[in-house]
Design a protein around this ligand. Structure first.
Ligand SMILES: [Zn+2]
Length: 320
């Protein structure tokens, strides 16, 4: 574009939309977007929601994120792991189990207590700082039942079928309205979009008549360490599982504050964890040289920060 001359500058001013200069300038004039649950993008990428549409805000948007009227998970959140694939890396289970068992009650998960739902009377109901690892199941090529979908090129609908299969088989009892079901794929399992568009995601579906919240998180250790892992060594000695812990945290805090993709997000369709993806704050160095920033359940983890819905909004590792 050539430099503007005086005449063309005047012309562009004359052609500006009427009213654009009156009143308060819109800080972000781009169209609003809704979240798609896929904001856990690879390192170096930025994310915007992909479903255009009006986004009326009924709660505060003064903190850089607004409430859009949908539910949050109230009371204790129950994490379920569905270990999909060979998972010969048995240390992964130890590391990620301890993470789910240790995150509840932590100052880190306390950040989610700045989010709430509003009931019909306008009363506010905040998210609880309570998380349990409520169940696990295993889905391998050898397992009977409906959960196994093959080990390569899983689609989004295949991930839903894994969850549905695990629930139908009775491996995880009945659907839990306070549950978040994580499909954790082992390093040899490939998934369309994993490593290129996202490192994980969360969504919901009606299964057995209930609104079931579920998420996908892949092990990037062999497929894309530079895209979906912050470091190639982990504080617990397992780079793949240690890297997954941060993505599990990301999807968990979004599944709790925006389970149906209609509660808490910003004008660009970014949910709370999306706004702080791949930022870690102050870190320490473990004996093996890996960085960490949180200690949960006696183990150290390098976990991305989360967005605090208070004091104007900011990324943090704890609240208050
Ligand atoms: Zn996200």
């Amino acid at each position: 574009m050539p430099p503007l001359g005086r005449a063309s500058l005047l012309l562009s001013l004359l052609l500006s939309p009427v009213g654009a200069s009156a009143g308060q300038p819109d800080p972000d004039p781009a169209p609003e977007l809704r979240p798609d649950g896929k904001g856990a993008v690879p390192r170096g990428q930025s994310h915007q929601g992909q479903v255009p549409g009006p986004a009326s805000v009924s709660g505060t948007s003064a903190n850089g994120i607004g409430y859009h009227g949908g539910p949050v998970i109230l009371g204790q959140t129950n994490v379920y792991y569905i270990w999909y694939g060979a998972w010969t890396d048995t240390a992964a289970r130890t590391i990620l189990d301890a993470f789910a068992q240790g995150i509840g009650g932590s100052p880190y998960f306390g950040i989610n207590g700045t989010y709430y739902s509003l009931d019909a009377s306008g009363a506010s109901h905040p998210v609880s700082n309570a998380v349990a690892l409520a169940g696990e199941s295993f889905c391998t090529s050898a397992a009977s039942g409906a959960c196994w979908q093959g080990a390569s090129n899983l689609s989004d609908s295949a991930i839903q079928a894994v969850v549905a299969g695990a629930l139908a088989s009775g491996a995880l009892k009945t659907p839990d309205p306070n549950g978040v079901y994580f499909v954790l794929t082992s390093p040899e399992v490939t998934k369309s979009g994993f490593c290129t568009s996202y490192c994980g995601w969360h969504t919901h579906a009606t299964l057995q008549g209930l609104d079931v919240k579920y998420a996908f998180v892949g092990d990037a250790a062999t497929q894309c360490p530079s895209a979906c892992m912050e470091q190639t060594i982990g504080p617990n000695g397992d780079a793949g599982a240690d890297g997954m812990a941060s993505v599990v945290a990301h999807e968990l805090e979004e599944a709790v504050t925006d389970p149906d993709l209609n509660a808490w997000y910003d004008r660009r369709g970014r949910e709370n964890a999306d706004k702080c993806a791949w930022t870690f704050g102050t870190t320490s160095t473990a004996p093996n040289g890996a960085l960490y920033n949180l200690t949960l359940g006696g183990r150290e983890y390098l976990i991305q920060r989360n967005w605090v819905n208070a004091a104007g909004g900011y990324c943090a590792l704890q609240y208050p």
